[in-house]
Design a protein around this ligand. Structure first.
Ligand SMILES: N[C@@H](CCC(=O)N[C@@H](CS)C(=O)NCC(=O)O)C(=O)O
Length: 229
């Protein structure tokens, strides 16, 4: 059986949503950041990078959200996790959207949300956050334009690309990014979170959050505004 290592509110939500969308039974393992579990040998044996998510599969452990999503999409084609693609170019264009989320947007999310953790000098946090905000404005503009013309990232059908963008939007608006700047992305986020697989992922996160709270290990990022998921 598949096992996803995760923590609530993190990018692991995207893979969690993909697994819920597939609908096959899977296990989860909760990583308590506040207890430093992601830096302890037991978890480093699963992902030596000390990050979530990590997916245990019958063939071995997969790390990197984009790798997990493409593996799940190929392994469970009936779930149609990614947009249809008939040619090598179309498949590459879909990977470009995954890389956009994992390589361009996610690092900006980290800088915007976790600015005090990026530099050893706390005085740099404001500048880091502002630069990330400016770059996010530039990078999200074409996505807002696209989503004002079409319902989903891939066209007229939901895919995990939508779950990925919805997580990015949740994270930055939860940290004070102006949601009014991109009304089409804001509306897309709400559509994406209405999906039963997204709601099921949130329910698992909620249970994990309650477990962490009971252990006194609930994690809130520095600029958390408590945005709705
Ligand atoms: N490129 C990785 C990024 C994973 C990542 O940065 N995960 C964050 C949570 S969103 C994490 O585990 N951070 C803890 C740390 O870096 O100490 C992916 O796409 O899966």
């Amino acid at each position: 059986m598949l096992k996803l290592w995760f923590a609530p509110n993190t990018c692991a939500r995207v893979t969690l949503t993909a697994l819920e969308e597939i609908g096959e039974p899977f296990e989860t393992g909760l990583v308590a950041f506040m207890a430093g579990e992601h830096r302890k040998p037991a978890y480093l044996a699963i992902n030596p990078a000390g990050k979530v998510p990590a997916l245990e599969t019958p063939e071995g452990v997969l790390v990197q959200t984009g790798a997990m999503l493409t593996w799940l999409a190929e392994t469970y084609p009936q779930a149609s996790l990614l947009p249809d693609a008939a040619t090598a170019f179309e498949r590459a264009a879909i990977r470009a959207e995954i890389f956009r989320c994992s390589s361009d947007l996610h690092p900006l999310v980290t800088r915007f949300v976790m600015a005090p953790m990026i530099s050893a000098d706390p005085q740099h946090a404001g500048a880091i956050r502002e630069k990330a905000r400016e770059t996010l404005l530039m990078q999200l503009a074409p996505l807002d334009a696209r989503l004002s013309r079409q319902e989903w990232q891939g066209g007229d059908r939901w895919s995990v690309l939508d779950a990925y963008l919805a997580w990015i939007w949740f994270r930055i608006t939860g940290s004070g990014f102006d949601a009014d700047a991109f009304p089409a992305i804001a509306a897309h986020h709400d559509r994406a979170m209405d999906r039963p697989s997204a709601q099921a992922a949130l329910a698992r996160e909620q249970a994990a959050t309650e477990e962490l709270q009971q252990r006194g290990l609930d994690f809130r990022p520095p600029f958390d505004k408590g945005a709705k998921a």
